[in-house]
Design a binder for this molecule. Structure first.
Ligand code: MN
Length: 393
């Protein structure tokens, strides 16, 4: 058996302390689970001789729970430091990637106080930017799991009802197509109907994180969302990274949450080390336009999952919940273009052009890094997509 030792540079952000999971197919082969190491993908079914990883999604592995996740991760951390069978190593640029999980349910939250405050000012000028419930619960809605696509999938500009000056709607392609830079949390172990997940038990249920772009048509959203929440403005596409970073890889990124005032109800009070020091970068047509800081998020993923299940709703392996747009206090830390462009009134420069919302042909790539052990940094898998012209209908 031919073996190879994969040597990574010290500054490689996909080293042995990262090891995100994805689902890949080698040229002409079937989809199965892989782990990313440097610029290679390792075939886990072959490397570990374990049929759990021969399936085209991670759900069976997620369902096995945190003890098993830990065992596999420790084994992989040992294995990648030694010679590996050449047959399990695939260059990243030679494989196809697909959505790593079969997502049963998808929830999107609204957990950034800076985003909610800025949006509130646009939506309710002169009123209180935050609605009275905002500091008492992580506001969220159930999204469309079937519209979640893997990074790299083109996004077709949606058509829909847009309000006109006359007050009556027209039917047209969205003219205010936007992004939302978010962090997605992938549920591993599920829960039973009627049994909420306690805020301090969440660590046993969240498997890992992946960058998410929640594409949003602001003009469709403004007309349809009253009095209920987002509907067709969001459900045409949500893009998720091909790589899920295990929560265990983010231990060095744990920081205290920002202060919460007033103190939340008891079921939302938990350990406060659920802040995550993750730095995002948003690239518009290859130009960096903002740097959203995850550490400034008001509600933690533990509070989100506790709230999501507090009425007895069960979660299942592979469920996805996302943080909502990540925005910091500065305008250039915004995770959406509606914020970056002052609701479209203050264009920003993108590669020499003045821009507000997305044009056909535009691409957006969101990347992120976080502290790893011993001063190193790890990267999350990127999430990218480009906009295609609306279809005729
Ligand atoms: Mn969103």
């Amino acid at each position: 058996m031919r073996t190879l030792r994969l040597e990574l540079g010290n500054d490689d952000r996909f080293g042995p302390d990262n090891l995100p999971y994805g689902v890949f197919a080698p040229a002409g082969g079937e989809f199965r689970t892989g782990v990313r190491f440097g610029s290679a993908v390792l075939d886990l079914a072959a490397l570990l001789d374990d049929s759990t990883f021969a399936q085209p999604d991670l759900n069976a592995f997620l369902a096995q729970g945190p003890v098993r996740w830990h065992t596999v991760r420790q084994r992989l951390r040992d294995l990648v430091r030694g010679p590996l069978p050449a047959s399990v190593i695939h260059p990243l640029d030679s494989v196809s990637l697909r959505l790593p999980v079969a997502i049963g349910d998808y929830v999107d939250f609204y957990a950034s106080i800076d985003h909610a405050t800025r949006l509130g000012r646009f939506l309710r000028p002169g009123g209180a930017p935050l609605l009275p419930n905002w500091r008492h619960l992580p506001v969220g809605y159930h999204g469309r799991a079937g519209s979640v696509v893997v990074s790299g999938t083109p996004v077709i500009r949606p058509r829909g009802q847009l309000r006109t000056d006359s007050g009556a709607p027209e039917f047209a392609p969205s003219r205010r197509l936007d992004i939302e830079a978010e962090l997605g949390f992938v549920v591993g172990a599920g829960s039973e109907p009627g049994t909420p997940i306690a805020v301090d038990d969440v660590g046993a249920h969240i498997f890992g994180v992946a960058l998410v772009n929640d594409w949003s048509a602001r003009d469709i959203q403004a007309w349809e969302s009253q009095p209920l929440g987002p509907f067709l403005a969001k459900s045409f596409a949500t893009t998720m990274s091909a790589w899920i970073t295990p929560l265990a890889a983010l231990e060095s990124a744990r920081v205290p949450l920002p202060d919460q005032s007033p103190e939340p109800l008891p079921y939302l009070r938990g350990r406060r080390d659920w802040g995550l020091d993750i730095d995002l970068r948003v690239h518009w047509n290859g130009h960096e336009v903002s740097t959203p800081p995850y550490r400034s998020m008001y509600w933690s993923p533990a509070q989100m999952l506790a709230h999501l299940t507090v009425n007895g709703a069960a979660v299942r392996p592979g469920d996805l919940f996302a943080s909502g747009t990540i925005s910091g206090p500065e305008r250039r830390q915004s995770g959406s273009f509606i914020e970056l462009s002052g609701n479209g009134s203050e264009p920003i420069e993108v590669g020499g052009e003045a821009r507000t919302f997305l044009a056909d042909g535009d691409s957006v790539t969101i990347t992120a890094t976080a502290p790893g052990p011993a001063g190193a940094r790890i990267a999350l898998g990127e999430v990218s997509g480009h906009v295609l012209t609306a279809r005729r209908c």
